[in-house]
Design a protein around this ligand. Sequence first.
Ligand SMILES: Nc1ncnc2c1ncn2[C@@H]1O[C@H](COP(=O)(O)OP(=O)(O)OP(=O)(O)O)[C@@H](O)[C@H]1O
Length: 322
Amino acid sequence: MNTTAIRATGLSKEFKGQHGSTVRAVDGIDLSIDAGEVVAFLGPNGAGKTTTIDMILGLSEPTSGSVEVFGRPATETASTGRVAAVTQTGGLLADYTVEEMVRVVASIFASGAPDREIPDVADAMARANITGIADRKVSKCSGGEQQRLKFALALLPDPDLIVLDEPTAGMDVESRRAFWAAMRADAGQGRTVLFATHYLEEADDFADRIVMIAHGKVVADGSADSIRAQASGRTVSAIIDDADLDTVRVAVPTLTDITRRGGRAYLTCADSDALARYLLANTGARDLEITAHNLEDAFVALTSDASDPSDSAEPFEAFERN
Ligand SMILES: Nc1ncnc2c1ncn2[C@@H]1O[C@H](COP(=O)(O)OP(=O)(O)OP(=O)(O)O)[C@@H](O)[C@H]1O
């Protein structure tokens, strides 16, 4: 049986805005995350990711609704050492070396909870891939190295849940890759991982499940593949003549788009299987190809559906692979 790591019910958070207005940063989120899942919170700027994460970490209280972590209110679980966080900024001492920093935090853990196992400094450093920079001053570490150091610190209490708020924001491609390589090496060992990101490919590459958030609401939830399909179906392309295309238009009312490019027709439809069957059985269409829309298409479609016209949130950031 799966254990539930995080359960949010009607989770909402309001802030006071300018001129007495109210900002509803999180707007009725229902979410259940099982222990061992690796989940990405994907959403544009201002979507409500950080506000939700802060409530999961017990750093702020919901205005309404609730969030439980391992079956207890998030604010209680926060003090148990079962949850650790990697934040974007702060938390490091510039004059220490990397290893000194890890040892200091490990000793704080050891003295604060004598009944817990003594943190294994060497193991946390190896997992976060910072053993090779053990003697480097924190102030001399790149942004990516500092994030890996924070990751090592987060691993010290051997938490059951690790929460990362845009851990690779502002990193170059190499640093981002090294960070995720360290994360990946640690995943798959039963730890629950929740990370917020703007980067579509990061969510696609690393998460088992993507929870897409826009305007404080969950607009899609599933594997990257299911979100691609959910957003706008699939495209069926084929070599087909105009007369056959006319019959398809009439016979398949769920067709949403037809374009012609380079001798092929591209047909978009919610039920690509039914469309393909029709084309093969009733027309002279040949060389059929069915392609899922990419995650960027899905992201734009889903977040713009939930959009507030007065809001000018950036859509997303592309992720450079090379
Ligand atoms: N302390 C606060 N006071 C007032 N408004 C706030 C506060 N914190 C967040 N907000 C607003 O709540 C909304 C959600 O913000 P949040 O930081 O959770 O989004 P986000 O998805 O994490 O964005 P980003 O990707 O830019 O970090 C935004 O409109 C933001 O301006």
